[in-house]
Design a protein around this ligand. Structure first.
Ligand code: C5P
Length: 232
């Protein structure tokens, strides 16, 4: 199992991202590129960060009809991202199509991770707007199981859900967990947080850490602290 710390590079331009990554001289952290940076800079940002030697989690959360997702995933696979994701709400057929699109001629492919229920969706919104009446934890577990049955590699979830996901879908099913804060750090807008050490104890496979590293006075030291707490 490759436990790792993924830095959420939530910057609005390539320039700001490179300025941040240039601070790292001895190590090449795994980075997450989200919609803002990808839509601002296009596929070149993925190629360039790859060429600098980083692994990339391309967090674009695809959700469309299966044929469209399959073709889009083939494009992302050619960019050589290491992890990509899609919404489990797109159904098993869409997730299977995503996997097919991602798989290269030589059989290799990036890891494919599902988003279950966004943490911004609460029980009330789910019931009143989406007409889903089951408890949210059961919905998350069912979506995780759908993803597993479709052949996906894991889910993005809270570190608090990691143990349940592993119980429900098996220990090899990956949990990628944001909402990480140092014990002595600012929580910011995250509601339910965990330290890197506690996320490790909870069984997270990868932690996604943004501002505790990107906004730190010394981002490299903050990254190293995260790795030490999470991996040892
Ligand atoms: O700065 P911070 O550590 O809060 O960043 C967390 C990252 O993880 C952000 O890129 C955020 O969009 C992402 N994320 C999250 N919660 C989710 C899914 C993704 O915080 N449920």
């Amino acid at each position: 199992m490759n436990k790792d710390v993924i830095i959420a590079c939530d910057f609005s331009s390539a320039e700001a991202t490179y300025e941040f990554l240039d601070k790292f001289t001895d190590e090449k952290p795994f980075v997450k590129i989200g919609m803002e940076l990808f839509y601002a800079e296009g596929p070149a940002i993925v190629r360039n960060i790859k060429a600098r030697g980083h692994k990339i989690f391309l967090d674009l959360k695809l959700h469309d009809i299966p044929n469209t997702v399959k073709k889009a995933m083939a494009v992302l696979s050619a960019l050589d991202a290491d992890i990509v994701n899609c919404h489990a709400a797109g159904t098993r057929a869409m997730m299977e199509a995503a996997l097919e699109g991602l798989t290269r001629a030589d059989g290799t492919r990036p890891l494919l991770i599902a988003v279950t229920q966004l943490t911004s969706t609460d029980q009330a919104a789910m019931e009143n707007e989406l007409l889903i009446h089951e408890p949210i934890n059961e919905v998350v577990m069912k979506y995780a199981k759908n993803a597993k049955d479709a052949g996906l590699d894991g889910v993005v979830c809270s570190p608090r859900e990691a143990a349940d996901v592993h119980n429900y879908c098996g220990s090899g099913f990956l949990t990628i967990t944001p909402g990480i804060r140092f014990a002595d750090g600012d929580v910011g807008d995250q509601k339910r947080v965990m330290t890197p050490a506690d996320a490790a104890k909870a069984g997270s496979d990868y932690i996604v850490v943004g501002r505790p590293i990107t906004a730190a006075a010394d981002p490299v030291a903050a990254y190293k602290r995260c790795v030490k707490e999470f991996i040892g």
